[in-house]
Write a protein that binds this ligand. Sequence first.
Ligand code: CA
Length: 235
Amino acid sequence: MRLLVVEDDKDLNRQIAEALTRAGYAVDRAFDGEEGWFLGDTEPYDAVVLDLGLPKKDGVAVLADWRRAGRAMPVLILTARDRWGEKVRGFDAGADDYVTKPFHMEEILARLRALMRRAAGHASSVFSCGPVTLDARAGRVAIDDNVVKLTSHEYRLLSYLMHHQGKVVSRAEIVEHLYDQDFDRDSNTIEVFVGRLRRKLGVDVIQTVRGLGYVLAPPAAKDDRPLASRSDPGA
Ligand code: CA
């Protein structure tokens, strides 16, 4: 999952970006409204943290322009504690949630997790597919109850697939949601990642859809009935 942080306070921007990176996300950063608007308009983010008081272009205007252009990613706005009118304008412009400054980083993380799982249509932050579970809160992956150790890229890949379970996800799409904009991207490496992830999981949940990409789905149920009772259309 890949996120954008738009905040002109350099220290705060760095603190948020570091916390999100530690939590397993790919993170892009912008420091004014124009740069932030451009990134959000051209890159496919899974969620955005948007400060409202920004140089060059106000946060509310940035958000309103994204929504007008059909950009539907979840947006969490940062507002000053005493500026309730700002919150109202933010929601009217298309914000999904807000946090008032000063805030605890844990609250930003929790609210972003909630926004992303809701955008994916999930009620809980624990995702599962067959015997595989991914706990987005703990950043933990397990098969049945055995914890599987993944690298941050493998975790990000599985997390993206879990958020889009049952849908075919192309290699290009995975590349865009796995790496930040400064990363040297190569869609050929995705096959390698998927191969490694499959081996670590050891269960058949990531299927290749030839020419299209991958789909995460529970392993096919084995047909345990005796041969004689199976219907055979050719008989
Ligand atoms: Ca600001």
